[in-house]
Write a protein that binds this ligand. Structure first.
Ligand code: CA
Length: 221
């Protein structure tokens, strides 16, 4: 999963970023509304955390612009005030949810995961394919009830593939959703990650779940 944080308070932005990275997300930051809008339009995000009070362009305007351009990335709005008007304005601008500052990271995290679930039309918090189980909130993976240890990036690659069960996930798509803006590696990095994932997931299992679609990418399930 890849997220964009649009927040001019650097300290708060960095705290949120740290939490996301610990969860295996790729994170980009923007510190004003214009930069946020530019990144949201040019990159592929799974979620945008958008503050309302921002220099250059406020969060409500950014959100309205994105929706006008049919960019449907889920938006969690950060509001400083908990007035009803603020909340209504946020939701009216096209945001999917809002959270009032100051907030606890625990609440923030559960809101984030709920939004991502909703955007993928998932009802269960746990992803399950043929005995392979991934829990994004608990950050656990198991195959046939045996717990597996994955690195944050391996976890992110697997989560992306499982959310697109039965579909081909291209190398480009994996890079766009798992690595951040500063990534300048080659796409064979993806093959290395999928290679180690395969060893961990499929090596001792009867049914091999990760399939290679030659020239395109990978498929699971
Ligand atoms: Ca602000």
């Amino acid at each position: 999963m890849r997220v964009l944080i649009v927040e001019d308070e650097r300290r708060l932005s960095n705290i949120i970023k740290k939490g996301f990275i610990e969860d295996g997300f790729a994170v980009d930051q923007a510190f004003d509304g214009e930069e946020g809008q530019y990144l949201a339009e040019s990159e592929q995000y799974d979620l945008i955390v958008l503050d309302i009070m921002l220099p250059k362009l406020d969060g409500l305007q950014v959100c309205k612009e994105l929706r006008k351009k049919s960019i449907k990335t889920p938006v969690l709005m950060l509001t400083a005030k908990s007035t009803t008007e603020d909340k209504v304005a946020g939701l009216d601008s096209g945001a999917d949810d809002y959270i009032t500052k100051p907030f606890s990271f625990i609440e923030f995290r559960s809101r984030i995961h709920a939004l991502i679930r909703r955007s993928h039309q998932e009802t269960s918090p746990v992803l399950l394919i043929d005995g392979l189980e991934l829990d994004p909130l608990k950050h656990t993976v198991s195959r046939d009830t045996k717990a597996l240890t994955l690195t944050p990036k391996e976890f992110a690659v697997l989560e992306l593939m499982m959310r697109h069960k039965g579909e081909v996930v291209s190398r480009t798509m994996i890079i766009e959703h798992v690595w951040d803006y500063n990534f300048d590696g080659m796409s064979n990095v993806v093959d290395v990650f999928v290679g180690t994932l395969r060893k961990k997931i499929d090596l001792h299992a009867k049914k091999k779940l990760i399939q290679t679609v030659h020239g395109v990418g990978y498929k699971i399930g």
